[in-house]
Structures are given as structure tokens and as C-alpha cells.
Design a protein around this ligand. Structure first.
Ligand code: ADP
Length: 400
């Protein structure tokens, strides 16, 4: 381990995930999470050198409290003093942030303004930044935005066909998310395919609990499936993705749903969970589908069919496709879903190499199609590394 570490933080409304990345080897040396913050039984879990240590936090513990307990543990492990910078994942950067930035008062004020666009996400990110400012008083902090990579999209991809004033005056447009992951996949795919990033045309499918797909032309995002919020696009664990936009008002007018019920239905009760009536967890769905559970089979069918349709449509902005890349918990591990999706794309000539497809899992990259057709690759994502790299780059520039 070198003596320069970057602390990477990803704050949610009641949880925070963190990692320590070695700035030289770029290896993750510690990771963990604090969960159930603000509830009766919050806890902190730290994974270091193959061991997990779980600590109960005081009831109703805040993000700030969890971070200060974590800092104590990092000091005990003789790691805290080696942290040179902090990188924060921030969900929404609006049109203001097209790349990662050093956090200062002005940036904080701009992030607060952008928060109107992501009321479920950005406030938690800001809480995490403020908590770190209290504990790590002297360290530079960098914000890395999920939306930034997608700011290269052309207007035809990011505009909704709504009254133009809603975009101009209220910022209602497609922003896209998972940008850090799609960016990482772009640079890794360029290495695998031995092509300069500027010449690379790929489709990157990030399939986790949240799922999104991005068309990347000449190394830049030109279209992506998530929109104003991370609800649009693919079928996800509990999020519905694309639906008829009239459904929310139908639920309210015809079925008497409240606004909150509609929000819950679309965000928390849809997707794999809603269709299967079983689980949002893809592993559970796959196991049950294999045993004949009809709901689970239906959930897999809808998930894969819709994903295949998106992949097909993203050949439109690309013209030439160098590779389709699967990533995220499902994309990296589920040979079943990958095979089922590619089987619906034979019109493009994809031909699955079933033994390579089965082998590409648990962090193993690989090409899963035969050489005679277009390439599909599996590449494990690493958002923490991108955040750490940006924090190092921006901090190094400060020193020069
Ligand atoms: P998040 O979006 O929360 O970061 P992940 O990228 O970790 O989520 O992906 C979680 C999803 O990956 C879950 O649906 C989980 O079931 C799925 N997954 C993980 N391992 C496997 C596996 N071996 N087979 C199928 N799905 C898997």
C-alpha cells in the first residue's frame, strides 16, 4: 500500500457506501457501508483485508455520525492519516456540471440549485459532503456527477417532445445517469478492443438494481435510456422504466391513487419485482424461473425483450458498432440474461459463444460472442476507481 489514499463516498438518503482507493496501485483496499441511518438500528460495516467488521451506531445516527465513527475506525487501522483527497458521487449535475469539480462554496450553492431536479438523490449527496467537510477539515473534496458523461448528447437525443419552454425555463430534458460507469466501460472497452477512445463506437448496458444503456460514438455519449430522473428506460429491480406517460394520471383519476402511491408504484413496486410478484433480485428471479415460476419467467422475458429493443435502437445513432458491453451486477454475472438478449438480436449477426458466456462472471471479463459476428463483451464496472482518479487528477492540478 502506498501512503496516498483517496476516500470515495456515495451517499443515499439513509445509507452511505464508501471505499478507500490506493492512488498509486489504484486498488481498492477497504470498502463498506453505513445503513439504516436515521432509524432505530443503524450500523456501520467495514470490509478490510478480507474481514468484515460490523458496528452498531446510536439510534437515529446521522450521516455525519456514521462518518465520524468511520474516521475513528480508519485511524485505528492506521489508514486515516494517509487520505489525501475525497471523491463524492453526486447523482445530478444538471447542465451546469459537465465534468468533475473541486468543491467550494460556489459549487455547493450550484449543486443545491440543481437539487430541484433530483430531490430524491442530491440532498443526500450534499449531506455527505457537508459531513466530510466537518470531519476532514483540511482535505480537498471533489464532486463526480452521474450525469456529466451524458452532457455530450445532441439536442435530438436529450429533448422530450414537450413544450420547449419546459426545457428552456425548467430544465426538463433527458440528463441520463450511471455516467461514471458508462465512462469507465468506454475506456476499458477501448483497451480490450485496442482502439483509441475517440474512434470507439459501443453500446454499454449497465444492468444492476438500477439499469441504463448508453450509445457511445467516438468515445462520447450520444444517447442514454435514463431521463430527467433515473426512472426512465429499461426494466429495473423495482423501477418500471418506460411506460405510457398517461398511466400515472390514469392511476390517479380512475383508481384513486395519491401522488405518493403513484411514485411508489413506479419506483418501488414495478420492474422485476412488480412483474414477478416475487423479488427484485435477479438471482432469485432466475432460480424461480428455472423451476417454472410463471411470474419470474414473465419478468425475465419483459426485461430481456425491452433490453434487446433498446440495443437495436441504439445502432441508429452509432452507424457502426464495435462492441456491445454488459456490466453491473446482472450484466457481469447473468449468462442467462445475456444469452436471452443476444438471441433476440440475431438480425445483427450476434452469435453467442456459450462456454465463454458461462465463464464471464464474478469479475471475469471476456468476449462472449464468436469472432464471425459483432462482438459482445462483459466488463466489470468500477465507478469508485473513476471517482478516485478524478479526485487525484483535480487535486494534483491544484498542487501544480
Ligand atoms: P446496484 O445497482 O445496487 O449497484 P448491482 O450492480 O450490485 O446493483 O446489481 C445487483 C443485481 O445484480 C441484483 O439484481 C442481483 O441479483 C444481480 N446479480 C448479482 N449476481 C448475480 C448472478 N450471479 N446472477 C444473476 N444476477 C446477479
Amino acid at each position: 500500500m502506498s501512503n496516498k489514499l483517496v476516500f470515495v463516498l456515495n451517499c443515499g438518503s439513509s445509507s452511505l457506501k464508501f471505499a478507500l482507493i490506493d492512488s498509486q496501485s489504484q486498488q481498492q483496499i477497504l470498502s463498506g457501508l453505513a445503513d439504516s441511518l436515521g432509524s432505530a438500528q443503524p450500523f456501520l460495516q467495514v470490509k478490510y483485508q478480507g474481514e468484515k467488521r460490523k458496528t452498531a451506531l446510536a439510534p437515529q445516527a446521522t450521516h455525519a455520525l456514521a462518518i465520524s465513527e468511520l474516521v475513528n475506525q480508519l485511524s485505528e487501522l492506521a489508514l486515516g492519516q494517509h487520505i489525501i483527497a475525497i471523491g463524492h458521487r453526486v447523482v445530478h449535475g444538471g447542465e451546469r456540471f459537465t465534468q468533475s469539480v473541486l468543491i467550494n462554496d460556489e459549487v455547493m450553492a450550484q449543486m443545491e440549485q440543481v437539487s430541484d431536479l433530483a430531490p430524491l438523490h442530491n440532498p443526500a449527496n450534499i449531506v455527505g459532503i457537508k459531513a466530510c467537510q466537518k470531519v476532514f477539515t483540511d482535505l480537498p473534496q471533489v464532486a463526480v456527477f452521474d450525469t456529466a458523461f451524458h452532457q455530450s448528447m445532441p439536442a435530438r437525443a436529450y429533448l422530450y417532445p414537450l413544450p420547449y419552454a419546459l426545457y428552456k425555463e425548467h430544465g426538463i430534458r433527458r440528463y441520463g445517469f450511471h455516467g461514471t460507469s458508462h465512462f469507465y466501460i468506454t475506456s476499458e472497452a477501448a483497451k480490450v478492443l485496442n482502439k483509441p477512445v475517440e474512434d470507439l463506437n459501443i453500446i454499454s448496458a449497465h444492468l444492476g438494481n438500477g439499469a441504463s444503456i448508453t450509445a457511445i460514438k467516438n468515445g462520447k455519449s450520444v444517447d442514454t435510456s435514463m431521463g430527467l430522473t433515473p426512472l426512465e428506460g429499461l426494466v429495473m429491480g423495482t423501477r418500471c422504466g418506460d411506460i405510457d406517460p398517461a398511466i400515472p394520471t390514469f392511476l390517479m383519476d380512475q383508481l384513486g391513487y395519491s401522488e405518493q402511491q403513484v411514485t411508489n408504484t413506479l419506483n418501488k413496486e414495478g420492474g422485476l419485482l412488480g412483474l414477478s410478484q416475487l423479488s427484485n433480485d435477479c438471482r432469485v428471479i432466475e432460480e424461480n424461473a428455472a423451476q417454472g415460476h410463471v411470474g419470474a419467467q414473465l419478468a425475465l422475458d419483459v426485461f430481456c425483450y425491452r433490453l434487446a429493443k433498446y440495443i437495436a435502437s441504439y445502432t441508429v445513432p452509432l452507424g457502426r458498432l464495435d462492441a456491445l458491453v454488459f456490466t453491473g451486477g446482472i450484466g457481469e454475472n447473468s449468462d442467462t440474461i445475456r444469452a436471452k438478449v443476444l438471441a433476440q438480436l440475431t438480425i445483427f449477426g450476434f452469435s453467442v459463444d456459450h462456454s465463454a458466456n458461462k465463464a464471464a462472471r464474478f469479475g471475469q471479463s471476456g468476449q462472449i460472442t464468436h469472432e464471425d459476428g459483432p462482438k459482445a463483451l462483459v466488463i466489470p464496472t468500477n465507478e469508485e476507481l473513476v471517482i478516485a482518479q478524478d479526485a487525484i487528477r483535480i487535486t494534483n492540478n491544484l498542487e501544480q
